[in-house]
Write a protein that binds this ligand. Sequence first.
Ligand code: ATP
Length: 592
Amino acid sequence: MLFSELVEFYERIEATTKRLEMTDILVELFRKTSPEIIDKVVYMTLGELYPPFVGIELGVAEKLALRALRSVAGVSEKKAQELYGKLGDIGLVAERLLESKAQATLFAEPLTVERVYSSLEKIARTTGEGAIETKLQVLTGILGSAQPKEAKYIMRMVTGTMRLGVADMTILDALAVAYGGGKEVREAFERAYNLSSDIGLVAKVAAKEGLKAIEEFRIRIGNPIRPMLAERLSTAEEILEKLDGKGLAEFKYDGERMQIHKRGDEILIFSRRQENITAQYPDVINYARACIKAREAIVECEAVAIDPETGEMLPFQELMHRRRKYEIEKAIEEYPVSLFFFDALYVDGQDLTSKPLLERRKVLESITEVNERVMLTESRIVERPEELEEFFLRAVESGCEGAIVKSISPESLYKAGARGWLWIKYKRSYVSKMVDTVDLVVVGAFYGRGKRRGKFGALLMAAYNPERDVFESVCKVGSGFTDEDLAKLPEMLSPYISKDKPPRVESSMQPDVWLKPGMVLEIIGDEITLSPVHMCCRDLVRKGSGLAIRFPRFTGRFRLDKSPEDATTSSEIMSMYERQLKKVVEKPAEGA
Ligand code: ATP
């Protein structure tokens, strides 16, 4: 396939903001693409080369990319920089510069998708000594054969700024139509995606083997399964009512979720957002090898940091020290972990995701050899609110966040990639102070005053709206940050700085610095109110108003384990708001 054909599709996609139109264009593209390269085309459209869990990303520094462009276009550094300053988009700079010398490329051999992909692959995979020179050479090579429009997308891809606005969900829609005959079969495609976290693989299976293969799509060791997530409620009564009177209550440990894949002696560990974190946890690899008594298994656990002196569980924040890349051995000693297993998704050829919870738990028990460091989550069946209350207090007393109560009905399957009412969290803060924590995305920053002069003093935070794939502003938070937090903010936020308001951000408040959605912080607030300023759930409760969090404070938790799309959603904020309203209404007025 010629790269210019693909680029024509990108141009059409870029020209629309309507999801339906985008889907139609993608359907047309997929139908035109040979099954051999459909996975590559899908990744490239998302600005990637592989599924995210592979952990190899394109992210050539702009400076280097501009250097390659300059040598192909034959312009000075000053001219290229000036143009970049003016246009603010490296793709447009490339297009513009190559347009002025379009003649030269007329005779070059046309680029194919395969050639562009393998060049990008080479650029992404080259590391170590001389890597910069090699990357430069490869990039110059393809830019030298590129037409201006092709160069635009090559430059965007290579610098990790593709952003066509196509979400995974739109690709799934298009795949269902292109290979499954229509949107009615969308669910099967989504299931395959949830079981593999690899949309390119789903595309390839569909294109090569057809709908039946998608319907029969099987779990694969090595492909992370997208996690099942919990809803939340704030009283024991509500929880039990929602679960038809009965559920399995488990301690909700305050650690990092891990999905462990075992095949023989080979162990892989994936994070909640499907990153491969195996290298950070050599101790967990050993535990898994020794304690999982199955040849092949996919199990889930919460890894909790343990105080090596007292043996007590430590808060989640401590575990984030384990995210570092160096001196792992030292980190293992300083921050040892215990594993609390809570689910088994696949064991020795058997897909357990379609089995009810208690059955899965039984299998889990049968394959786990427990010891001081490896256990199953503390659990008990609860039927009465007092039982749940008592269990909850015990959990909190042991250093847990609260409890998570799970459905034990025959329908209590493992719903990969879904947040639902089969699991319900009951957290400490909900009952004690009547406040909720939320995980919000940083989308802007304000310079501080007084003691904070010259630093960032407050951040603009947003909730995620998955329906529209945008981040809606919901508060400006300035309290709760320690001096240490404030000192490290500029460095932590620098990769996300954006010259203009990022396209997926919605805010009428103008921060001093815009930030691309990337970092997630845990925020606690006093209440949720209607706000004329913020964009969260805009116009849904009242025309011209959104929802805002009043008196927000940073809890001290940088949620590095969450991607912006994992943040609290606008509709979750809406349901918190509605619940709060209900309580106010139910409470008799003073003196009434
Ligand atoms: P939170 O911010 O509350 O950690 P989350 O959005 O990361 O929530 P939720 O679905 O809301 O994820 O809560 C479930 C999380 O709780 C799981 O991802 C897991 O990490 C953790 N957890 C702790 N103990 C358990 C347990 N016994 N069963 C399931 N998940 C547990």
